[in-house]
Every structure is written in C-alpha cells, then in structure tokens.
Design a protein around this ligand. Structure first.
Ligand code: NAD
Length: 317
C-alpha cells in the first residue's frame, strides 16, 4: 500500500516506521524541518519493546512537497492542526485515497469530512504510546492496539484492508463496529487526567497527593460517561474509573501530553477533549460543571502561558 503519514511526530513516526518496516511504501509529511532532515540523512531511529532499529527508505518531506496520490493518508497531527494540515495536502489526496484519523478527542471525523468525501473517511482509536526524544528519534514502550471503522461506508472492505495492513505491521489492529465506545472511553480518561495534570502541574501519580485530586478525576469521568450516554453510547463507567485509578497508581511519573504542551508554551488539545464534551453536553442538556471548569482554567493558562509566573524569575534590567 502507498501510505502517507500527515504529521510525523511521535505517533506518525512510530506508525510510519513500523509500516515501512513491514514492506509498505511510506511518505512522512511534517513541518518540523530538523526531524525531516534527520530522517532523510540517518533514517528513523525507533526504539520499542522489541529493541532499537534504524529504519531507512522512508520518504520524508514537507506537506507542500508531497507527490502522487496515496491509497491511505493517516492523519497524526495534534487535533488543532488537522484543518491546516489537510488544506496543505489537498492536491495530494485523490478520490481513491482513504483518510484515517487515530487522533485523540472528538470531532475528528467531522474535521476530515470538511476535506474529503464521507466514504473516504476512516476513524479509529489507538492506545499505543509514543514519545519524540529528538530529531529522527522516537520511543514507544509498552503495548497497544488500534481499532478502526469506516463510518460513512456501507461496505466494510476499506476498513478491513486498512486494518490488515496496520495489523501486519505489528500494530495489533482490527475493525471494530463499536469503535465509538473505545473513542469515548479514551476521551473520559484524557478529559480527567490530561486536563487535571495540565492545570495543576502534577504528574499522573501526584493526583492522589490529596483526596480531592482523585475525586475530581472521578467526577470528570462520570460527567463524560453521562454525555456519552446522551449520544447513545453506553460506556463501562466502572471500567473507565478503574483505568484512571490504575494510571494514578502505576504511571506515577507520567506527564500527559497536555501538561507537556503547557510547560512548553504550546496550545493544547483541550478543545477536542473537554471542549467537545462540553459542546455535546450543552446540546443534550447534561450538566458537566467539572469538565467546564477545567476547560476554562486551561484556556486561561494557554492564554497567559504562565508568563505571570515566569515574570518573577526574570532578573530585572
Ligand atoms: P506530536 O506533536 O509528536 O506530532 C504531531 C506532529 O504534527 C508534529 O511533528 C508537528 O510538527 C506536525 N504538524 C503540525 N502541523 C502540521 C502541518 N500543518 N502539517 C504537517 N505536520 C504538522 O503529537 P503525537 O504525540 O504524535 O500525537 C498526535 C495525535 O495522536 C494527537 O491527537 C494525540 O492526542 C494522539 N495520540 C498520541 C499518543 C501518544 O502517546 N503520543 C497516543 C495516542 C494518540
């Protein structure tokens, strides 16, 4: 399969690297010139639980330099960059190109549908972890899986073919008619832990330093479960609460990406997580006071980028 990865950061590089290793023809598109240059000169250095290897033969360039028309375009930008990234590859996408999003949050299918026909859109969820450790270097430790579905297509061949290709690359992928449940369960997890850590500066494990931290996380999870139910999606509430409790107990030093973004002064994915939950909650008349408060606090933090705190650290001239 001829595959383009749009947004070749941590996840895009992991997926692109494994797909290339399994024999697919892969192009990585990104706007991080240092990362692209490192991949072009030395290949992608990928470390997973099965060891470290250097993957060569990847074509890596900026979106506007993409040539040809891929069979599959996999979107792995942060959600706030989806629209601009897809606009920049409009000429690269043909009528036969399937476009798959495995990004976190809600509203991703709608975002793709603004650029391609509904029958080209594939949605999904992945819980593979990945981190960029430097230009051309990605780590992914732990196991994960991918679940995909073609929501707008009556025939399932498209999603089955894509799932088979991802599975053959070792990504543990299957078509899942219940994919919305997996997507919402991950939203419940992220809406609680990502936003709480980003607002407080706590690692995941530090959330149990005070009982209020765990109580807040549980409240947000239950709000998302209620909103999902209003959309006709029944989540396993206890399962969601258990996942959050497990992460607090066992992933103690983990800094969720939203906290990393705040610390780096970058905008976060709060809009497609807590923001999208709030939007659906309002439409359905479901109260989500904790989700809304966290969203408001994070918007404020994004706006001031902690400059009021950093000002005290800057020596006066
Ligand atoms: P990342 O920041 O490492 O990668 C995003 C990449 O997109 C960056 O390299 C950036 O330069 C690139 N980009 C930004 N604008 C672009 C544009 N206009 N055109 C092309 N490229 C552009 O992020 P990530 O951690 O790989 O996450 C990607 C998505 O996957 C997010 O939605 C995230 O929530 C989700 N996700 C991440 C993980 C994880 O463990 N990292 C796991 C599951 C899902």
């Amino acid at each position: 399969m001829n595959i383009t990865i749009l947004g070749a950061g941590a996840m895009g590089s992991l997926f692109g690297g494994l797909l290339a290793q399994s024999g697919q023809q892969v192009t990585l598109l990104d706007i991080n010139d240092g990362h692209l240059a490192a991949i072009r000169s030395d290949g992608l250095l990928l470390a997973t639980d099965s060891g470290e290897r250097r993957i060569t033969g990847l074509h890596a360039c900026r979106p506007e330099q993409a040539t040809g028309h891929p069979d599959l375009l996999l979107v792995f930008t942060k959600t706030l960059h989806t629209d601009s990234a897809l606009r920049s590859v409009a000429g690269h996408i043909a009528g036969h190109t399937l476009v798959l999003t495995l990004q976190n949050g809600l509203g991703n299918a709608e975002a793709l549908s603004r650029h391609v026909a509904p029958q080209q859109v594939l949605i999904g969820m992945t819980n593979w972890p990945a981190d960029m450790v430097g230009p051309g270097q990605v780590h992914s430790h732990g196991q994960g899986m991918v679940r995909v579905l073609a929501p707008g297509s009556r025939e399932r061949n498209a999603s089955q073919e894509v799932a088979a290709v991802l599975d053959a690359a070792g990504l543990n992928c299957a078509v899942d008619p219940q994919v919305w449940t997996s997507i919402w369960e991950k939203v419940a997890f992220n809406a609680a832990l990502n936003s709480l850590c980003a607002v407080t500066g706590c690692t995941v494990g530090q959330l149990d330093a005070a009982p209020e931290g765990v109580a807040l996380a549980r409240s947000i999870v239950l709000e998302v479960v209620a909103v999902a139910r209003s959309q006709g999606i029944e989540l396993d509430a206890q399962g969601c609460l258990d996942s959050v409790a497990f992460a607090i107990a066992h992933h103690r030093t983990h800094k969720p990406s939203m906290l990393q973004d705040v610390l780096a002064g970058r905008p976060t994915e709060i809009g497609s997580i807590n923001g999208q939950v709030l939007e659906r909650a309002r439409q359905a008349g479901v109260p989500v006071p904790h989700t809304e408060t966290l969203l408001g606090l994070l918007r404020l933090i994004e706006t001031v980028s902690y400059t009021h705190l950093r000002a005290h650290e800057t020596p006066e001239h």
